[in-house]
Design a protein around this ligand. Structure first.
Ligand code: OGA
Ligand code: MN
Length: 293
């Protein structure tokens, strides 16, 4: 299918929408997020988020205060577990960046999210959505890939669906950090204590649309509850690989001024490689959701 402009029903607030791939992603072409948005626009954005899972707003000028204002419309904001990654004076805004300060320290989360995941799925109440804003983007590389867990769920082979139905994934940030983020300063005991492992259903039902989505990820789901560790891990990786096949994926190529808002309840995403001689500076907010069910 060719990406097209139709969305059904048409937005009432006058915003223009263009689909970005068959299963996932839409660009909203005529909103200035640095101004307060109307309740009609808010309602349309929320509907479009639930339907398309990833919304792209290009050409935005979004200082942290306005970013926080917009994101807060959707729920409570939750900052990063590692406090030193926050933007000064904005504890809910996190730098995702390879930039260093004048003491040579990383100002943000470096090489964040390179393995498929859904944001902060290791919390009892994981994120409804995330908003990532590009301040400085490399001219090549550093794309972000998003996979539709609705489309992947609907395409599950019966055998894998039967294994996942009723199963629970164990989401574990300390394990993730030790496994994938060994280039960073280790988590402190205090940081670890903020995120003990939690279990969530391997298949979840979206609270707004009722659609089912896969909710295990290679990056953050260590294993399956009640199963032998290695066997659970093998099934998690198999499900995650199935769910992130190219037909379920939209790949975003960043330009500065892009704001991408994704629904963590129906997607997984991952960052991709880039030449580290380029600066990359992104600001992120995350909006708390419900307890997955
Ligand atoms: C995130 C994330 C991917 C990227 O901000 O949650 O995973 O491309 N980022 O920076
Ligand atoms: Mn992420």
């Amino acid at each position: 299918m060719q990406p097209s402009s139709e969305t059904f029903p048409p937005p009432r607030s006058g915003i223009r929408v263009r689909r970005l791939s068959e299963h996932i992603g839409a660009e909203i072409e005529n909103i200035d997020l640095s101004r307060p948005i109307s309740s009609a626009q808010f309602a349309d954005i929320n509907t479009l988020l639930v339907r398309h899972s990833v919304l792209v707003f290009r050409g935005q000028d979004l200082p942290p205060a306005m970013h926080v204002d917009f994101a807060s419309r959707f729920g409570r904001l939750v900052g990063h577990i590692v406090k030193r990654f926050s933007v000064d004076d904005y504890p809910e805004v996190t730098y995702i960046s390879n930039v260093r300060n004048d003491k040579g320290e990383m100002i943000g989360a470096d090489r964040a999210g390179m393995i498929w995941h859904s944001d902060m799925s290791y919390l009892p109440r994981p994120m409804l959505g995330s908003m990532l804003y590009g301040v400085e983007c490399p001219p090549e590389g550093a794309d972000t890939e998003f996979a539709s867990m609705f489309a992947a769920h609907d395409a599950l082979p019966d055998s894998m669906r039967a294994l996942l139905a009723g199963a629970k994934g164990v989401h574990d940030y300390a394990w993730h950090y030790a496994t994938y983020l060994s280039h960073r300063k280790p988590l402190t005991d205090e940081e670890k204590a903020q995120a003990p492992p939690v279990s969530h259903p391997a298949l979840r039902t979206h609270p707004e649309s009722g659609r089912k989505a896969i909710y295990v990820s290679e990056g953050l789901t260590r294993t399956l509850d009640g199963m032998e560790e290695a066997e659970g891990r093998r099934l998690v990786v198999e499900a995650s690989e199935f769910a992130t096949q190219p037909q379920f994926v939209y790949r975003h190529k960043w330009r500065s001024g892009d704001l991408v808002f994704w629904d963590n309840r129906s997607t997984m995403h991952r960052a991709t490689e880039f030449d580290n001689r380029y600066r990359r500076l992104m600001r992120r907010t995350t909006v708390e959701g419900d307890i997955p069910a």
